[in-house]
Design a protein around this ligand. Structure first.
Ligand code: DLZ
Length: 181
């Protein structure tokens, strides 16, 4: 962690529009589940606080962070307004850490370049479990909260963009954006 102490749970609630009517998928890695459970709870509670209905939040479990890519791809085909991927990758003695972290980050970035639902990156890549604890509800707040805040902003961004680009009655090209966005 850098010298500057960042609290991941602090956000400007004025920038969040209501979550009412939004459908959100949360893909959760079971590897380091004590940490990912806490990140999930942080995200879930924040969505509920901003009026996303419990029944509109879908949790999708996958074995490890590497499988977040496939989970998010499947979710993108289901018309969610936003998708959050949650994982925790901790530096070990092998180079697995680098391979998994880079693959997940690059692949999730690619999923954000099609015109489907935005995929929010809530994957901790830490040197040790102490750092992960501190970012999942400890000294540095909870990255799940930050991810939920980002998901709400991005889902509403699509709404705003569609308002400006909605097709005229003469020009009814089909949009691939989620129907309720
Ligand atoms: C194999 C592996 C290792 C060594 N470390 C982690 C980790 O710290 N965090 C995590 O989410 N997953 C880890 N995995 C599992 C991989 O993500 C993946 O599930 C397996 O390689 C099977 O594809």
């Amino acid at each position: 962690m850098s010298g500057k102490k960042v609290n991941l749970s602090l956000y400007d609630s004025d920038k969040v529009n209501t979550g009412q009517g939004l459908k959100i998928a949360i893909v959760v890695s079971e590897w380091n589940h004590k940490i990912t459970d806490r990140l999930y709870n942080g995200a879930f509670k924040t969505l509920i606080k901003h009026k996303v209905k419990k029944s509109d939040i879908t949790k999708i479990n996958v074995p490890g962070s590497f499988e977040l890519i496939y989970g998010a791809r499947l979710a993108q085909k289901q018309n969610f307004n936003a998708i959050i991927v949650i994982g925790c990758i901790i530096q070990g003695e092998t180079r697995h850490f680098d391979f998994i972290s880079q693959s997940v980050a690059n692949s999730i970035a690619k999923l954000n370049m099609n015109d489907l639902s935005p995929v929010i990156f809530c994957v901790l890549t830490d040197n040790n479990i102490y750092q992960s604890n501190s970012r999942s509800g400890g000294d540095h707040g909870n990255k799940g909260v930050e991810a939920a805040f980002t998901a709400l902003r991005m889902a509403n961004l699509i709404k705003i963009c569609l308002l400006y680009t909605s097709p005229s009655p003469r020009d009814k090209r089909q949009s691939r954006m989620p129907s309720s966005a």
